[in-house]
Design a protein around this ligand. Sequence first.
Ligand SMILES: Nc1ncnc2c1ncn2[C@@H]1O[C@H](COP(=O)(O)OP(=O)(O)OP(=O)(O)O)[C@@H](O)[C@H]1O
Length: 278
Amino acid sequence: MMRLIIKDLHFSYSLESPIFHGINLEISNQSTALIGQNGAGKTTLVKLLKGLLTPSSGEILINGINTKEQTAAKLAKTIGLVFQNPNDQIFKNRVMDEVMFGPLNIGQTVKEAKQNATEALEMVGLSEHAERNPYDLSLSQRKLVTIASVLAMRTDIIIFDEPTMGQDHDGKEKLKRIIRHLINEGKLVLCILHDMDFVAEVFERTIIFNQGKILLDGDTRTVFSNEEILNIAYLEQPYITQLGKQLGFTETFLNEDELIAQCKARYNNISIESLFHL
Ligand SMILES: Nc1ncnc2c1ncn2[C@@H]1O[C@H](COP(=O)(O)OP(=O)(O)OP(=O)(O)O)[C@@H](O)[C@H]1O
């Protein structure tokens, strides 16, 4: 089991405006969503985890090993990060080369890299585009290319920064399947998201960030039940949670099936006469 521990983490881009002053967090193999307004510090946190930024003070431990004591190359074998903007990540002019680049870079043989890249492209549904130039693909497909690149590295920890951005319904369903698959494989999946419906349906644990602080951290249902804290962080409840509330239920629903089950339980045993007060 992977375990990520953040101890008393401090970080600032400039002396005048510290971003983190004392973050403590422990994440294991639960699927975890990081939510919060723009500028809350989510991307900064994942860049620190990936070793792209260095903490001013405090520690980040991955399975007990301090990231400070690891080279970027060693860390790359453990943590994969899918950037928010695919254009920051893509620099090869053939999809297959792009997806093989990361695996080769962390020391996989050409054969392994090819095998993993082929599987990853299949998983994101882009097998038939393997020979194309990534820049001839749409932005949402390009995002899937960057996801495939990280999947092919087969790291134990996978971080996604805004994977649903620019994805349509099919793209989101694909992402749900990928994330669930990774969780079943025992990977630690951490995901920054602005799409609350997606968070509700997929993630076991949700952490609300606000102005560089953890405002609330708990199982996703508990977090989405707490309207007061969501309001402070300018976040909305998932659509299905709001709908359940409007229908007069007290439960916090996270997906359609839960709401439908409760509707059936409520209405099944009621005769039409009593429903319409005849
Ligand atoms: N390279 C940088 N130099 C200086 N300040 C930065 C830099 N990157 C981010 N910041 C600032 O750090 C704060 C946190 O930004 P960050 O991108 O981590 O937030 P976020 O929660 O990920 O937001 P978003 O959802 O927009 O990605 C913001 O005030 C931002 O302006």
